[in-house]
Design a protein around this ligand. Structure first.
Ligand code: BES
Ligand code: MN
Ligand code: ZN
Length: 491
């Protein structure tokens, strides 16, 4: 979808932004008397109040050249945020995406920043993954190709929109990766796709099975050994800081391209969703795309661990003991607790190779986080209050909220093993998201700022009703990471 900024409305649909007030709605921009009266009449016939993203539509009015006239809420004037503008545009786009409308104009942006955020909302809402729907009926196909945001400062809005478009491209990349079927996206093909991103100025290095064997990554390799696809670790570097040598921020992602559970096989129903078990890695790849596209002034390294967890004659067994690259041994008690086994070797590699000033991992790690937080918040775990606060703030502005959960010695004890340095599941059968985080923390150097985001409930959302997101793969993580870096780690 093309996003434009122009001084006058054009196109077959025109939408007016309105604010919610105690005494009905207030129009944000210019509208002629006839139009306003007609829209007010339509509003009084229903329950429209002007909350962010709420839409009302008038078809083929005689008094307008447009075939559709809409009003959209931006919420209360006192609560205007970037997100409220994004939601307003998203509500409109979701409404007219497939109905025959080709070009939509949005009237009422008060300034260039609001205009740019309307553009971002339109762009995110216009996303679809229709790649494999070869015989889609005409009425289900998107017809909307252009959204024009009307503004007096079109040039300013265009330049404010540039970094937001970069962010949208990162989100789209993450959504595409999570949506790809697991026969298409497996560790080898995934690594190849990431390698193509060197076109953006990212430095990409791929570690194959031989390289990882040399490094002693027995934990990660154990997970992938039942798959016919070779495991991979992919490193993406963006050196945008003036000081090319300054310590980077490391972004780490779980990339299990399909999680059957392995020998601890998952039940059949719903297993297809486990194609999304690479959502953490997709967020990291997407964030790297955004950073490169907007030429972020920061040194960032993204590292993803790509494996497929399959049952097989050569698959790892419950009872196996593996040795991680950090030299710690792990008793495998459940082959379905594989994400932490992948991450621990990647965390080790990130610290040894890059000595990062902060390290953030994202993973669809536990079903238990869905029990705790549902599909609304991602779980946040951290050894550093400052980093936790930065992530919490970034998540709030971006509409990707996180909720911090505790870590502690009592939970840590639950991953002790009687036959190895640790086991890969907690021994009490409760607090599963926390014991998983405790396992990871055992691989974090003392004093290193680290945060873990458990995104099992947010990487995809069945029946998602957020207008900024599609029904399934959300691309969760790109926006919070992009904001975290923009607000805290750039020159
Ligand atoms: N990938 C799953 C977690 C998951 C579950 C993500 C549901 C998204 C939706 C993870 O590898 C897993 O299987 N975790 C187990 C851990 C258990 C065996 C300790 C779980 O959550 O059941
Ligand atoms: Mn699993
Ligand atoms: Zn998994």
């Amino acid at each position: 979808m093309q996003i434009k900024f122009s001084a006058e409305p054009t196109g077959d649909a025109i939408a007016y932004i309105v604010f919610e007030t105690d005494k009905g709605v207030e129009f944000a921009g210019d509208i002629d008397k006839t139009g306003e009266a007609a829209i007010r009449r339509a509003i009084s016939a229903g329950s429209f109040r002007g909350s962010p993203g709420q839409v009302i539509e008038i078809l083929a009015p005689e008094w307008s050249d447009a075939t559709r006239v809409l009003a959209v809420g931006a919420g209360r004037k006192t609560a205007l945020t970037d997100l409220a503008w994004q939601k307003a545009a998203a509500g409109l786009v979701k409404r007219v995406l497939t109905g025959g409308t080709k070009a939509l104009s949005i009237v009422g942006a008060p300034d260039r920043a609001a205009a740019a955020n309307l553009g971002l909302g339109a762009r995110l809402a216009g996303y679809r993954f229709d790649h494999y729907r070869l015989n889609l009926k005409a009425e289900k196909k998107p017809t909307l190709t252009t959204v024009s945001v009307v503004t007096d400062s079109a040039a300013g809005a265009r330049s404010d929109f540039a970094p937001l478009a970069a962010k949208a491209e990162g989100v789209e990349m993450a959504r595409n990766l999570v949506s790809e079927p697991p026969n298409v996206l497996h560790p080898e093909s995934y690594a190849d796709r990431i390698q193509e991103l060197s076109e953006l100025g990212l430095e990409v290095d791929v570690l194959d099975v031989a390289a990882m064997t040399k490094l002693g990554m027995g934990s990660l390799l154990g997970v992938g050994q039942g798959s016919v696809r070779g495991s991979r670790v992919v490193v993406m570097k963006w050196n945008g800081s003036k000081d090319k040598k300054s310590a980077p921020v490391a972004l780490i992602g779980k990339g299990v391209t399909f999680d059957t559970g392995g020998i601890s096989l998952k039940p059949g129903p719903g297993m297809q969703d486990m194609k999304g078990d690479m959502g953490g890695s997709a967020a990291v790849v997407g964030a790297m795309v955004s950073l490169a596209k907007r030429k972020a002034k920061a040194n960032i390294v993204g590292i993803v661990g790509l494996v497929e967890n399959m049952p097989d004659g050569n698959a790892q067994r419950p009872g196996d003991i593996v040795k991680s690259a950090a030299g710690k041994t792990i008793e495998i008690q459940n082959t379905d607790a594989e994400g932490r086994l992948v991450l621990c070797d990647v965390l080790w590699y990130a610290q040894k190779k890059f000595n990062p000033k902060a390290m953030i991992d994202l993973a669809t790690l536990t079903g238990a986080i869905i029990v705790s937080l549902g599909n609304e918040y991602a779980g946040l775990f951290s050894n550093n209050d400052e980093l936790a606060a930065k992530l919490t703030a970034a998540g709030k502005v971006e509409g990707e909220p996180v909720w911090r959960l505790p870590l502690g010695a009592g939970y840590d004890r639950q991953v002790d093993s009687e036959v190895a340095d640790m086991r890969n599941i907690g021994n009490a059968g409760n607090a599963g998201s926390i014991t998983a985080a405790q396992f990871l923390q055992r691989f974090v150097d003392d004093g290193r700022a680290w945060a873990h985001l458990d995104i099992a409930g947010t990487a995809w959302k069945p029946g998602n009703d957020n207008p900024l997101e599609p029904t399934w793969a959300t691309g969760w993580g790109v926006r919070i990471l992009d904001r975290l870096i923009a607000d805290n780690y750039e020159d």
